[in-house]
Write a protein that binds this ligand. Structure first.
Ligand code: AP5
Ligand code: MG
Length: 214
């Protein structure tokens, strides 16, 4: 399974990736997670990425593409992967196609998450993450048993720096402008599969598996 998870911020890409990793036994490659890890560790890449991310913009293509290429060359990607949050621009998609062509492979599916604006805003501003283990919650949809505390490890729940209403709005705007054109790009290459991601996570997952194969 070589797939891209495509969709606006808060569409549920990360939520479905956890289930799909288990189902298909391939790694999730989230460029957002890679950048956040670099920011936490204070690396040069993290320092460069941080200002773009906190402003709700995209990190420049040249900082993203080589990083993904290196990751795809690692052994655990030999039988497939789930690209979560990459590509995000036409230029990134073209460079990915070129690279996969060189490797003699191609994408099996681009899983497109369709969600309306109000739902996205509600999901983003209500999301909480465990500072210790990274588990994801939502204050209304999936609240922890004790407010502010992770069910799994007892860690503190925090809000992502870019999940404020103002930055979330900006991210959705940037998605519309730079990332939504990929829907047409991948429709043309015949790999796009659309999913109603307003549904419950379990139903979204079942729809994906039905379409993409058991
Ligand atoms: P990234 O980390 O990829 O963020 P994003 O695309 O904005 O997406 P999110 O992670 O916010 O949402 P998601 O779709 O994963 O939703 P989730 O499952 O968590 O990127 C962050 C930043 O990094 C970018 O803004 C950019 O600056 C930079 N970056 C990353 N990649 C880049 C690239 N390729 N090029 C340039 N820059 C790049 O769900 C959200 C919430 O909703 C959760 O609380 C969850 O519990 C809830 N929820 C999920 N599904 C459902 C459901 N079905 N029903 C009800 N609630 C649900
Ligand atoms: Mg995510």
């Amino acid at each position: 399974m070589r797939a891209v998870l495509l969709g606006p911020p808060g569409a549920g890409k990360g939520t479905q990736a956890i289930r799909l990793v288990k189902k298909y036994g391939v790694p999730q490659i989230s460029t957002g997670d890679i950048f956040r890890k670099n920011i936490k560790e204070g690396t040069e890449l993290g320092k460069k990425a941080q200002e773009y991310m906190n402003a709700g913009g995209l990190v420049p293509d040249e900082l993203v593409v080589d990083l993904v290429k290196d990751r795809l060359m690692q052994e655990d990607c030999a039988n497939g992967y789930l690209l979560d949050g990459f590509p995000r621009t036409i230029a990134q998609a073209e460079q990915l196609d070129e690279f996969l062509g060189e490797l003699g492979t191609k994408l099996d599916a681009v899983i497109n998450f369709e969600v309306g604006y109000d739902t996205l805003m509600e999901r983003l501003t209500g999301r909480r993450l465990c500072k210790a283990c990274g588990a994801s919650y939502h204050i209304k949809n999936f609240p922890p048993k004790t407010e502010g505390i992770c069910d799994k490890c007892g860690g503190e729940l925090i809000q992502r720096a870019d999940d404020t209403a103002e930055t979330a709005m900006k991210r959705i705007e940037v998605y519309e402008e730079s990332t939504a054109p990929l829907i047409e790009y991948y429709t043309k290459s015949g790999v796009l599969k659309n999913f109603d991601a307003e549904k419950d996570p379990k139903e979204v997952f079942e729809d994906i598996v039905r379409e993409c194969g058991e």
